[in-house]
Design a protein around this ligand. Structure first.
Ligand code: ZN
Length: 475
């Protein structure tokens, strides 16, 4: 049976303040060609200056992924002629990248998987071509943005594994703080290498599908390419080594050009940039700047906050969600209540939205306000859910919205007692039954009072009134 073998090259833009070799702003968007200078536009005679922060970020990502850091690393020119690259070469790293080895570990269907990394190197991003109405324009704002390329070994065998790998890799990169890993803005992009071969046979000829920028596109293009190569091979054909694109709208892949080998790029050493060397102390310092990663957070959540291991895993899958939990607890909310509310309500709304950036939809101070209003009995559980939906994706104040939506419940004991007394006098036989020891009627009375009070009575107070009734009866 034919079996797919898959490897990935993941490009991740680093969120430094400036570009890799010049002082231009590294920022997504902006009017075309406004974040450019003679250096990143490739003017002859300009000299690049290496951004030290970008090197540190690349090493930080490598350390978080278990790579070895080369103590001596150099720069090379990768030559190709295309309008998105004004110099006609990309400054990259060929034989001595910053990081080698490492791995990403994750689970697929309850089974542990480990994908080995071959290397991580630092390079500059290219510009962006925009095709519009028969014309092609080029925007160099992205040209020269620092990019790490993470190359895996061919350790994956299904679309599901590739998506699980990317999910975990994205999570680790976000925790390190070196990138905002936004696929929709192109700061994380993936090329997929795929070949088919009989089980146990040597690897087949591979194709490379370039520039996939969503998990969905990755999954669909892998499924497409497995089907396509299987059909070619089963009908006696041969798979061509080629570079391909995948059209996510149409759900089909197509050949772009025959795949280049490394020698096609005529790599040669970059004469304008000094090699980078590291001492042990340099590496130690960069290691000490890695923020708390997912593993230690899971440990802290289970050991210090007493959360169940499953909850700790779910809450740390996305750093933004985990940060939200930490920040809300720091604002004085109970850990267990906060984690339950985030697990059930915040993640449900995020999933309904299909949003990858929870931090843009609710912030810690407002979430803390909702949870503490609930804890103080100012709103009930249902109202807390309604209130979260009402402020979700806005900057509205929860308290103000609760007032507007009439969600605040009454803690006025006198008012609740009046309703309570009315319910008792309307239900004499149930009262007698309750007082003779049928405690199941407690829920009935709470329900009746809630209904009569329009859902606004604090059930805690109703229960206290029932307790008092029983106590007085026993006297
Ligand atoms: Zn520039």
């Amino acid at each position: 049976m034919l079996r797919p073998t898959i490897g990935c090259e993941v490009h991740c833009e680093l969120k430094t303040a400036t570009k890799l070799f010049c002082g231009c702003k590294n920022e997504f968007g902006g009017e075309p060609n406004t974040h450019c200078c003679p250096i990143c536009s490739g003017f002859p005679g300009t000299m690049p200056a290496l951004n030290a922060k970008a090197v540190e970020y690349a090493v930080r990502a490598g350390l978080a992924l278990g790579c070895n850091i080369n103590r001596f690393s150099k720069w090379d020119r990768k030559n190709y002629f295309y309008p998105d690259l004004p110099k006609a070469w990309q400054t990259s790293q060929y034989d001595l990248p910053l990081c080698v080895g490492g791995a990403v570990e994750f689970e697929v269907n309850g089974e542990k998987k480990r994908v080995r990394l071959n290397r991580i190197h630092l390079e500059e991003d290219a510009g962006k071509l925009i095709h519009d109405g028969g014309e092609s324009c080029v925007d160099y704002n992205r040209c020269g943005v620092p990019l790490i390329e993470i190359v895996t070994e061919p350790d994956m065998h299904s679309a599901e594994e590739v998506v699980a790998f990317l999910t975990e890799l994205k999570s680790v990169l976000k925790y390190t703080g070196v990138s905002d890993v936004k696929m929709q803005e192109g700061s994380l992009r993936c090329d997929v290498n795929l070949s088919m071969a009989e089980d146990g046979a040597p690897l087949g000829t591979r194709t490379e599908t370039k520039n996939l920028n969503s998990f969905r596109a990755v999954a669909r293009s892998v499924a497409f390419e497995i089907r396509r190569q299987t059909e070619v091979l089963e009908s006696g054909g041969i798979v061509e080594q080629e570079t391909r694109r995948f059209d996510d709208n149409k759900g089909v892949g197509y050949a772009m050009r025959s795949k280049e080998d490394a020698h096609d790029y005529r790599y040669f050493p970059e004469p304008d940039i000094m090699p980078v060397t590291f001492t042990e102390a340099d590496i130690q310092r960069i290691r000490s700047e890695i923020p708390e990663l997912k593993g230690p957070r899971v440990k802290r959540y289970t050991e210090k906050l007493g959360l169940p291991p499953y909850d700790a895993q779910v809450l740390t899958a996305d750093k933004a969600v985990s940060d939200l939990l930490d920040d809300v607890i720091a604002l004085g909310c109970d850990a267990k209540k906060t984690s339950n509310f985030i697990m059930s309500e915040v993640l449900r709304l995020a999933k309904t939205d299909g949003s990858e950036d929870v931090e843009l939809l609710i912030d810690a101070p407002r979430l803390a306000e909702i949870i503490s209003m609930q804890a103080k009995g100012e709103i009930n559980n249902l109202a807390a859910k309604q209130l979260l939906s009402a402020v979700w994706g806005t900057d509205a104040s929860p308290r103000k919205r609760a007032e507007e939506l009439n969600l605040l419940q009454s803690n006025d004991e006198g008012a609740i007692k009046a309703v309570f007394d009315k319910v008792l006098s309307d239900n004499p036989s149930q009262v007698a039954d309750f007082l003779s020891g049928n405690d199941k009627l407690r829920g009935y009375f709470v329900g009746q009072v809630m209904r009569a009070a329009g859902g606004k009575a604090n059930p805690k107070i109703v229960n206290e009134l029932l307790d008092r009734l029983v106590k007085e009866h026993k006297k």
